[in-house]
Design a binder for this molecule. Sequence first.
Ligand code: PLP
Length: 379
Amino acid sequence: MRIYLDHNATTPVRAEVVQAMTQTLTDVYGNPSSGHAEGDAARARIEAARDAVARCLGASPSWVYFTAGASEANNAVLMGLLEEGPGHLVTSNVEHPSVEEPAARLESAGMQVTRVPVDEEGLLTPEAIFAALRPDTRLVSLIWANNETGVVQPMEAIAEGLASRGVRLHVDATQALGKWPVDLSRVPADYLSCSAHKLGGPKGSGCLVARAGTPLHPLIRGGPQERRVRGGTENVAGIVGFGRACALVSEELAERMLEYARLRDRLWEGLEAKVGEVRRNGSVEHMLPNTLNVEFLGTAGEVLLQALDLEGVAVSAGAACHSGSISPSHVLSAMGLSPEQARSSLRISVGHGVDTGQIDAAVDLFGELVARIRRAGPA
Ligand SMILES: Cc1ncc(COP(=O)(O)O)c(C=O)c1O
C-alpha cells in the first residue's frame, strides 16, 4: 500500500472528476466550434466549466481562457510582453521555472528584469516590490504560494498597492488554488494562472485569467477558440474535469484547509519526536496548510527520498521537475540555506485521500530510515 505525500507535484484525480470526464468523452464528442447539436452540446460543457472556474476564483467567466495548464498560462503572459516593446519586469527569486525561464528569455531580448529577493523565511514584503518599480515597469509577476516551501506571499497587499500605482500584476496561483482562498474580488490582480492537476483535476488543463481590458497577446494563433486568444480545438473533457475540480474546491475549501493542517501538523510533531534534528524551512505563519519542507540534518535528501520510495512513501526533493538534478533548490538557496542544507531538505505535501494512519506509518518509516542513513555516515 503506497503512501502518497507529494500532492504539490500533482494530485490523484478525484472520482467526481473522472466521472464527469468519462461521461464527456463518451457522450459529448462534438467539436465545440461546429454549428450543430453535437457542437452545441460540447460548447455548453465548456461554458458550464468556465462558470465553475470563474465562481471558484471570484472572477467573471469572460476573464477565463482555458489553456493546457499553468506553464502555458505563465508563458502567455510573460512572452506577450515581447509584443509591447522594451521595458521593465519585476519578479522574485523564488519563481517556478515557467515564470523564471520566460523572464530570462525576455532579459536576453533586451527587457530589464528585477528579481526581488525573499527573506530567510521565504517571504516578500509589499514594500520591497513597490521599491523595485520604475516608470517603465510593464508587469509584476509573482508566485502566490511557493511549490517547494508552501510559503504564501502577502498577495492582497501587493495587488492593492500595485493597482493603486497603475502597475499590472500577474499571479501564479497554481499552488494556492485548492488549498488557500483565491478570490479575485478581493485581490485586484490583472492576470492569474492555475492548473487542474494540482486540485484533483486532470493534467494538461488549466487557465489564464485576464481581467477585462488588460492586454492579452495570443500564444497560439490560428483559430477562433477562446476568443482568438488560444487557437486549437478545445480539450473538452480536460476543461470539464477542471470545472468539476473547481466546483469541489468551492464546496470544500474551508474543510480541506483544516484537515490538511491537522495532518501536516501531526506529521511535523511526529518527525520532531521520532526523528529529531529536523528543521522546518519557510514561514510557519504564512504557509499552505498542506506543505512541510524539512531539513533532516546530516541526511542526503535524495538518499532518504529513494529509501522512502522503496518502502512505499512518495515525497519530493525540491520541485518535481528538478528531481534527478543534483543542483540544490534555487528556492531554498534564495532563503539563505547552504547547498548542504538544501540537499538535506525534503518537501512533504498532503492532500485528498491521506489519513491519520498513513501519517503515523510515514513518521515511523522516517524515524527508521533517517537513523539508518545517519548511522551509515556521509556517502
Ligand atoms: C507554482 C507553479 N507554477 C506553475 C506550474 C506548472 O503547472 P503545469 O504543470 O500545469 O504546467 C507548477 C507545477 O508544478 C507550479 O507549482
